[in-house]
Structure formats: structure tokens, C-alpha cells
Design a protein around this ligand. Structure first.
Ligand code: ASN
Length: 222
């Protein structure tokens, strides 16, 4: 996993530097998700780490930005950039047509997919098995869009959470039957010892990129 992450980081760096003008000692506020390992997460030493943190720090170094990165959670981060309270979004954000209407995106740095997962004792290998069940998801995410679109087709109920760890606590305690999140994040959690299972094919939905408000004063960052 470590080697894979390093390869991802290096290839992300190579795409990240084909765009953008060099800005001189500009202070750039960057908002991110909060519990989204391996992209951003609070480590046991109470500092935030992860691929998004490493990429932003490297970009800042090369572009001479003075970065202030904070971790309010995905939906809060999106709202902060849209309302002008923050300059930019680095939160494992999937580029979608809907989001392109309000954000300007950098080149992408990671091809993602989203997937249903359950406690490992419950096997869901077909969406039809979710009939009558409750599926957890994080507010404002591409997974939520997918679930909302498919809820009536498969007969499940969608329950939203502000963060992935709150969602996973509910999955652990049985107050939701399944959840949906980005596949690398679920696989990382399983690798860290979470007792979850993926028995259904992930949905490819696009790639992650850095973003600023479309038409805003920070488009020069990209
Ligand atoms: N990958 C999610 C999305 O693009 C964002 C996240 O969960 N941090 O909707």
C-alpha cells in the first residue's frame, strides 16, 4: 500500500505542475475533508496527514504559497469555497459536470470509484439486496448523488452524515445496514482493521482534482 501511495503521489505531482502560474508569496486557504484516510485524516499525534496534505504542501513549496489548510469536513469545505470564506478545495473532490458549473478544477490526480460496503457478516452482492435497508452516506458527496438517484429503483433509504467516521460508527452499531464511499477510502479502512466487506462492483465516477470557485478571484491558482 505504501509503495502504491508513493507512486500515486509522484504521478499526482507530475500532473499538478503542468497548470498554473507561479504566484509570489500568496496566502492561500485550502479546505479539506476531515476523516478521509488516506487522503486526509487526523493521526494519533493529532496532526492532519494524507495524500491531499502532501500534495498541497508540495504545490505550496513549488509555487511559493503560504498555505493555511483546515479540515472542516467535505460539505462544509464545499460551502466555504462557494461562499468565498476559503480560497480552494482539496478534499478528494470528484470532478462532475454538476460541480463544473460552480468550480474550476485543476488537472485530476486520482481516478476514483464509489462502492457499497457492509459489516463483513452481511454480504451485499447485488443492489436488489438493499431493498428495505438503510444506506449511510456523507453529505454532499458524489456517493450521495448516486444513492439518491437509485434509492427508489432498489427500495433503500438514504441516511446522511457529516463525516465518514460518524457514518462508520453507525454502520458498526447497526443503525445503518450499509454505506457508500470512495473505494480507496473503504479499502484503506479495511486495511486498518475495520471489519467491513465489499461484495459488489464499484461504480466508476471520475477523478479527484483541486478546485476553486468558478469565476472567483482565485482562478489564477489553477
Ligand atoms: N469523493 C467525495 C466526492 O467527490 C468527497 C469526499 O468524500 N471527500 O463527492
Amino acid at each position: 500500500m505504501k509503495k502504491k501511495l508513493l507512486t500515486l503521489f509522484l504521478s499526482a505531482m507530475s500532473v499538478f505542475f503542468v497548470f498554473g502560474a507561479k504566484v509570489s508569496a500568496e496566502t492561500v486557504s485550502v479546505v479539506s475533508d476531515t476523516a478521509y484516510a488516506p487522503f486526509e485524516f487526523k493521526d494519533s499525534d493529532q496532526t492532519y496527514k494524507g495524500i491531499d496534505v502532501d500534495i498541497i504542501n508540495e504545490v505550496a513549496k513549488r509555487k511559493n504559497w503560504d498555505v493555511n489548510q483546515t479540515f472542516p469536513g467535505f460539505d462544509a469545505a464545499v460551502n466555504a469555497v462557494q461562499s468565498g470564506q476559503a480560497d480552494s478545495l482539496m478534499a478528494g473532490t470528484t470532478v462532475t459536470d454538476e460541480r463544473k458549473k460552480v468550480f474550476t478544477f485543476s488537472d485530476t490526480y486520482y481516478d476514483t470509484s464509489i462502492v457499497i460496503y457492509t459489516r463483513s457478516s452481511d454480504k451485499v452482492s447485488d443492489y436488489k439486496q438493499l431493498k428495505g435497508k438503510t444506506v449511510g452516506v456523507k453529505n454532499g458527496t458524489a456517493s450521495q448523488t448516486w444513492l439518491d438517484k437509485n434509492a427508489s429503483k432498489y427500495g433503500f433509504t438514504v441516511k446522511t452524515f457529516d463525516t465518514s467516521d460518524l457514518m462508520n460508527n453507525s454502520l458498526d452499531s447497526g443503525s445503518v445496514d450499509a454505506a457508500m464511499d470512495d473505494t480507496p477510502v473503504v479499502k484503506y479502512a479495511i486495511g486498518q482493521g475495520k471489519d467491513y466487506a465489499i461484495n459488489i462492483k464499484p461504480e466508476s465516477i471520475g477523478s479527484f482534482a483541486f478546485a476553486v470557485k468558478k469565476g472567483g478571484k482565485h482562478e489564477n491558482l489553477i
